[in-house]
Design a protein around this ligand. Structure first.
Ligand code: FE2
Ligand code: FE2
Length: 209
């Protein structure tokens, strides 16, 4: 734990990490998933979160990881995929279920296991997040993971739509895969209004990345 705190490099980030780990563990327990795996993914999810854009790109290149167009423009999202690599390299995490949840915690994905969803929700809905619907979504998450995922995606989409922010293709794919009702997306283009986590302001509906 002390090492995680040191590696994160910021007490604020460490406190967030602990809240995510606790909430993920609780959700896993409630929904019959493995609480230990959820807690581990929560603890390690943001290991590379405070790295600079340059360092994120450089560390990905060094490992031969491909960088897609969205990531090139929004390198901060790379902290999720890189976080999984660090969990493996520095903490010996070999459990693919845990690594997958770390990788997908920022932009989600079309194929998400229940553990992936739990960690995504825990990151976006931990009690330190400040947006009006947080407590409501957190209650939904205790009851129905997929419904909470739909609602959180929908809320984020509306937020981004209102600001014309860029979209992560993986998030678009997640919304399509989990059958986000089109009616819940205000306005113009589903295609161009889904989630980006790259340029959120502090009042973003779900979370900073
Ligand atoms: Fe996080
Ligand atoms: Fe993150």
């Amino acid at each position: 734990m002390r090492r995680v705190r040191r590696d994160l490099g910021q007490d604020h980030r460490y406190a967030h990490t602990l809240r995510v780990a606790r909430f993920a563990e609780r959700l896993a327990f409630k929904h019959g998933e493995n609480p230990h795996r959820a807690r581990l993914a929560g603890l390690f999810h943001d290991l590379a979160r405070l790295w600079s854009a340059e360092r994120l790109v450089e560390e990905c290149r060094r490992r031969g990881m491909e960088i897609d167009d969205f990531e090139r423009v929004n390198p901060i999202v790379l902290h999720a995929r890189l976080g999984a690599e660090l969990a493996r390299e520095c903490y010996g995490v070999e459990d693919e279920a845990v690594l997958s949840a770390i990788r997908k915690h920022t932009v989600a994905a079309a194929d998400m296991s229940r553990l992936d969803i739990i960690v995504y929700l825990a990151d976006g809905l931990e009690p330190g997040r400040r947006f009006p619907e947080r407590a409501h979504y957190a209650r939904v998450a205790e009851r129905d993971l997929e419904q909470a995922l739909r609602e959180l995606l929908s809320s984020t989409i509306r937020y981004l739509d209102s600001r014309g922010l860029e979209t992560a293709p993986q998030t678009r794919a997640a919304a399509e895969a989990f059958a986000l009702p089109l009616a819940s997306v205000s306005g113009r283009r589903l295609e161009s209004t889904l989630l980006t986590t790259a340029r959120r302001s502090p009042d973003a509906p779900s979370h900073d990345p």
